[in-house]
Design a protein around this ligand. Structure first.
Ligand code: MCA
Ligand code: AMP
Length: 504
């Protein structure tokens, strides 16, 4: 039996002298070195007692070691669970209790904070990178590897997405979900082994981990592997790259820099944007400055990539393009699931090989989000125009996307509602020049009213920084409709200009 994802993505790297990861400090990790590191990581995971199907959680800085751990986990048949480095120990505790990983890997400096947590959940703890304990364990292993046999339907990864109830759900992604999507993207975006991807995204989410690295690995291409988006470093690296993938904030930050011009982008073949809406103005400004039309695509953690503007043909500003091969996409009435007439706006629903298997140990929640005929309800609202391009017009789900990170207001509101002086809260996303949307908290007071400084301090250790409101306003009461529901749309309109002057 085979291990389809490992066999297609990572086995072919074996013995190849070509560069695979080019690091900003000048170090080059060849494909062969990466392969061997992945093989040692797989053997180390086994030595730690993990068996196929077990979860391995990692909350660590972006590094070649972390990417090799992912490849090693796939090789060993484990379920890879990457976690945002911004999550606080409180947030981490939830993931450990929800899916019981056999092993948690963290940066060495986080070990003292995470050790009691791991002990409480019966999870082994190792440290990764900068001479961590797992690196030592891996170095002691052989690079000979017998990959664990896996079927396409077996899980390869578990990625948590927050929910409208405030309780994160683990999206179960199979080998086939990931592999089919990587194949579709290599074809759609014409990746070849000559490509060099400028990689500055985090690798704990679908975009940076699967869309970027799976595509590169499958194509036999290479990456300029940057720890984060640093404007100067990105500008310095662009002339050596052929493709960049980014969230819209990457593009708006670059546009604010006078060094961005046609010469700087002359070596590039393709700029891709996703994870959040790219403003049509950004698309046009980018084309005017660089001569390149950004290719916008759309996807979700649960579904992988669903649509893409064409490689050849018109890349339309303000649209996310057409469904990728293998993706059935329809627009349906949100309440009933009845398909709507062409051009009408409704719920975007999808079906296909890249769509996940369900939420970890939440069969009821899973059933609620699928129609009887197998279509998954994305929670995004949109329409398909007469040339087949999908336009996203809004969200049926209460979600804020800030700089490409998702924030579910409910999770923040539950914390704010507990604070002294707060009767109730409404958390909304309003336009922000740098992050696209930013989180604003609207509070209704009780008693002496809220102490904002105290609230900021109280949530600091409980909520990842990017989820924390960038500003607070207090109103005598929250606006409600006749049904008693808080009118968030009205609040979003009232505060649409709130961050207009914020630095971009
Ligand atoms: C950082 N901060 C943020 C964000 N990032 N606040 C809100 N939203 C954010 N995205 C906070 C910092 O903690 C800091 O807070 C302050 O804002 C300024 O930080 P700064 O140094 O400017 O930020 P940065 O480190 O430069 O990061 C901005 C970033 C980063 C480069 C846009 O957020 C990023 O890499 N985003 C990509 C997210 C991503 O990969 N999403 C894909 C999800 P303070 O100063 O108060 O301490 S996958 C997905 O969505 C689907 C499947 C898809 O379609 O791809
Ligand atoms: P996540 O659950 O983090 O995978 O985020 C998925 C959500 O990001 C989708 O349901 C959309 O709301 C949003 N999204 C991703 N790509 C785009 C895009 N190109 N334009 C608009 N929204 C997008």
């Amino acid at each position: 039996m085979t291990n389809p994802l490992y066999d297609a993505l990572f086995a072919p790297l074996s013995g190849q002298d070509r560069g695979f990861l080019h690091l900003p400090d000048g170090r080059v990790i060849t494909a062969a070195m990466f392969h061997d590191h992945a093989a040692r990581s797989a053997n180390a995971l086994r030595a730690a007692g993990l068996r196929p199907g077990d979860r391995v959680a990692v909350q660590a800085s972006k590094s070649p070691e972390m990417l090799a751990l992912y490849a090693g986990a796939v090789a060993a048949g484990l379920v890879f669970l990457p976690l945002n480095t911004a999550y606080t120990p409180d947030e981490l505790a939830y993931f450990l209790s929800d899916c019981g990983p056999g092993l948690l890997l963290v940066d060495p400096d986080r070990a003292p904070i995470c050790a009691p947590l791991a002990a409480r959940h019966g999870t082994q703890l190792e440290t990764l990178g900068s001479g961590g304990s797992f690196d030592a364990l891996a170095a002691a292993q052989s690079a000979d590897l017998a990959p664990a046999p896996r079927a396409g339907d077996d899980l390869a990864a578990l990625l948590y997405t927050s929910g409208t109830t405030g309780r994160p759900k683990g999206a179960m992604l199979t080998q086939e979900n990931l592999l089919s999507n990587a194949r579709a993207l290599v074809d759609a975006w014409r990746f070849t082994r000559d490509d060099v991807l400028l990689h500055a995204l985090p690798i704990f989410h679908t975009h940076g981990l699967f869309v970027a690295t799976n595509t590169v690995a499958l194509a036999g291409a290479s990456m300029l592997f940057h720890p984060r988006f640093d404007l100067d470093q990105i500008i310095a690296a662009l002339p050596r790259a052929s493709v960049m993938m980014g969230v819209p904030t990457f593009y708006t930050r670059l546009l604010h820099d006078s060094r961005l011009d046609r010469d700087l982008a002359a070596h590039m073949r393709l700029f891709i944007s996703g994870s959040a809406p790219l403003l049509a103005d950004t698309h046009r400004d980018w084309q005017a400055r660089t001569g390149h039309a950004i290719l916008e695509r759309y996807g979700m953690t649960e579904t992988n990539m669903l649509t893409s503007n064409p490689y050849e043909g018109a890349r339309r500003a303000g649209t996310v393009g057409q469904p990728l091969p293998g993706v059935d996409l329809r627009i349906a009435a949100p309440d009933t699931g009845t398909p709507l007439a062409p051009g009408e706006t409704g719920m975007i629903e999808v079906r296909g090989a890249s769509v996940f298997k369900g939420y970890w140990q939440m069969p009821e929640k899973t059933a609620e989000e699928f129609r009887a005929d197998g279509f998954f309800m994305t929670g995004d609202l949109g329409r398909i125009d007469d040339e087949g391009y999908v336009h996203i017009s809004g969200r049926a789900k209460d979600l804020v996307i800030s700089g490409g990170y998702n924030i579910y207001p409910k999770e923040v509101e539950l914390l704010l509602d507990e604070m002294p002086g707060v009767l109730e809260s409404a958390v909304i996303g309003v336009p922000h020049p740098d992050f696209g949307e930013a989180v604003l908290a609207v509070l209704a007071p009780t008693g002496a009213g809220p102490d904002i400084a105290a609230i900021r301090a109280a949530i600091a250790d409980r909520l990842a920084r990017y989820k924390q409101p960038k500003a607070y306003v207090t109103l005598p009461e929250l606006p409600r409709n006749t049904m008693g529901k808080v009118q968030k749309a009205a609040l979003r309109k009232d505060y649409a200009q709130y961050f207009a002057g914020a630095g971009a």
